[in-house]
Design a protein around this ligand. Structure first.
Ligand SMILES: [Zn+2]
Length: 218
């Protein structure tokens, strides 16, 4: 009883931060309609996630749903995002991940429908995503088995994965970082697409970047 009470706490600042990034993702053109979802890990036992089918611009802090790691609702009256099982699979695979942002942005999807790995060609991308972002073949995204495959394909070092014909899932040790990953991958995908039409882009490799002394990395 005491445990579930502790697990269920989603404070006002956490809720406000999630709504802020929901609206930022619309403003940045990463989502349309009621697409996309965001979650934050609250403890070893619970996460808070955006509800299913609610437009980001109309969402209120009370609409967010707290669930345990088995997907049982602990707090909230809305249905959690249909991609909840996928978020849970990613949190299980990567204990350091504290936030997940799912977007459906255009150039990620351009490369995704072509089945092309999104290679880092911009500094921001290599810093935030940490490497080439793999593409998972299309399948419906609402079940745990899909989540396990998505988490396995992303692996333990790269911070994003593309679901072909659908969108992107980005992770971070904070919500701010997970959102920056989603933005960086979309920007990189757009540049990579245009550059590939004009020639052969120079691809950056995270481990081979010479970082100046004292530089602060994300
Ligand atoms: Zn989606």
């Amino acid at each position: 009883m005491l445990q579930s009470h502790r697990a269920a706490r989603a404070t006002a600042p956490v809720r406000d931060e999630i709504l802020y990034y929901c609206r930022e993702s619309v403003r940045a053109g990463l989502n349309f309609n009621t697409q996309g979802n965001i979650s934050v890990r609250l403890s070893d036992e619970a996460i808070v996630i955006t509800p299913s089918g609610v437009r980001y611009d109309l969402m209120t802090p009370e609409d967010l749903v707290v669930v345990d790691l088995d997907g049982n609702v602990l707090e909230g009256s809305m249905l959690p995002s249909t991609e909840l099982p996928v978020h849970l699979a990613h949190y299980r695979r990567r204990p350091e991940v504290q936030a997940i942002v799912h977007t459906e942005s255009t150039f990620v999807n351009v490369l995704g429908v072509l089945g092309r790995t999104i290679d880092p060609v911009l500094l921001n991308m290599v810093l935030y995503a940490k490497g080439p972002v793999p593409v998972m073949p299309f399948e419906f995204s609402t079940h745990a088995e899909f989540g396990r495959r998505s988490a396995d394909l992303m692996g333990d070092t790269v911070n994003a994965v593309v679901w072909a014909n659908h969108g992107l899932l980005a992770v971070g040790t904070t919500l701010e970082l997970a959102f920056k990953v989603a933005v960086a991958v979309e920007e990189n995908a757009e540049v990579l697409h245009h550059a590939s039409l004009a020639g052969v882009p120079n691809v950056l490799v995270y481990d081979r970047i010479a970082v100046p002394e004292g530089a602060r990395l994300p």
